[in-house]
Design a protein around this ligand. Structure first.
Ligand SMILES: [Zn+2]
Length: 61
């Protein structure tokens, strides 16, 4: 995972960790769908969440 070009909008830090709350994001019109985990990129200095990504976006179709 390449996060080296990222910069924290809060403190300007460039050290990040990726984490997930293991709660799946599901499509609005398919409540029974399994959905996909969200992955948060968190600044190690300030705790700012700089990005939230869906691990498997195709599962939201
Ligand atoms: Zn920061």
């Amino acid at each position: 995972m390449n996060t080296s070009e990222k910069k924290c909008t809060d403190c300007g830090g460039t050290s990040f960790v990726q984490a997930s709350d293991f709660i799946n994001l599901r499509p609005l019109d398919k409540k029974m769908a399994l959905g996909s985990e969200r992955v948060f990129t968190v600044c190690l200095d300030s705790g700012e969440v700089v990005s939230i990504k869906v691990k498997n976006p195709e599962k939201l179709l």
